[in-house]
Design a protein. Structure first.
Length: 308
């Protein structure tokens, strides 16, 4: 890749950088999709067309391009980077669109399991043979799963676990739960009981098209434990619900609230679980609960109705 760089700074310790050049992917590699991993902002243009726009303050975030980079051709590339404060990170990555495939066999226990890459549902117990790209690990999510996800980081204690993202796959007629476990990540104090648990449960009501999430009060403590936390809720509606539903009402702790809910459209280039661009399996509804004391439980109820 040929390149020209420019960089400017400011008295507020902000840093802006830009790179212009050309890039050519060898024909043997095949077409690829670019992605940035940046803290804070990143923008990318290919042949003058914007393909990544992840500008503004945020922790390390992976953002995939909205267009494919054609192999065997020279393309004009422009990258802009914004650094505000604290951690600095900027990477340009790629993945092959037509990577070589490999056969992988996965055993699925009893229950209903969703292929997190395609949204296909499979009933267990069964053995599934996957013919997938070599750079793709088969991931199956059980119906009803509650998956707490810490912020993306290089090692466990690099960043505070705030906010925590909950990837939720509620199942009608069932209440499923998971426990978020925390300790200081550095010592063996957990062996002396210095740790914290938070119980999280989710369910879906078919008749009322309602999803309910309960976040329990944290129990236990450890050195350096945060007293408040925000939560990002990512709701994958049950597979048999109509696809034209949209959130009509949100209640928090029994009271109606006005909170933005973003519908993230299905994105085949996204990674499963927590990707800010969406999810490869289906549309996702995302909302954020502002920071609140971990010593008090919270409940959220989201009712959906048809768009028309």
């Amino acid at each position: 890749m040929e390149q020209n760089q420019s960089r400017t700074g400011s008295a507020d310790h902000q840093l802006y950088g830009a790179l212009d050049g050309t890039i050519e992917v060898p024909a043997a590699v095949g077409d690829v999709v670019l992605a940035t991993v940046a803290d804070d902002g990143a923008r990318v243009w290919i042949d003058g067309q914007p393909v990544i726009d992840a500008w503004g303050p945020h922790d390390a975030t992976t953002s995939a391009a909205s267009a494919v980079l054609t192999a065997g051709q020279s393309h004009q590339l422009r990258i802009e980077y914004l650094q505000l404060e604290y951690n600095a990170l900027m990477k340009l990555q790629w993945r092959s669109v037509r990577a070589g495939s490999a056969l992988r066999i996965a055993w699925l226990p009893p229950g209903n399991w969703m292929d997190a890459w395609t949204g296909e549902w499979i009933s267990g117990p069964t053995a599934v043979t996957n013919d997938v790209p070599r750079d793709q690990i088969p991931i199956y999510v059980k119906s009803g799963a509650v998956l707490p996800l810490a912020p993306e980081m290089q090692y466990t204690g690099q960043l505070p676990w705030d906010p925590v993202t909950l990837d939720l796959y509620p199942c009608a007629g069932e209440t499923n739960s998971a426990t978020l476990y925390e300790d200081d990540t550095l010592t063996t104090a957990y062996q002396r009981g210095e740790f914290r648990n938070t119980l999280i449960a989710a369910s879906a009501d078919d008749a009322n098209r309602t999803v309910r999430i309960k976040i329990g009060a944290a129990t236990g403590t450890f050195h350096g434990a945060s007293k408040t936390r925000a939560w990002i809720l990512r709701i994958h509606p049950p597979a048999d619900w109509p696809k034209d539903l949209a959130p009509a009402q949100v209640k928090a702790n029994g009271k109606k609230i006005n909170v933005p809910i973003h519908r993230l459209n299905r994105d085949a280039t996204a990674m499963p679980l927590g990707d800010k661009t969406g999810a490869p399996d289906a549309d996702v509804f995302e909302l954020t609960l502002p920071a609140a004391s971990v010593s008090k439980g919270q409940s959220v109820e989201i009712t959906f109705s048809p768009l028309h």
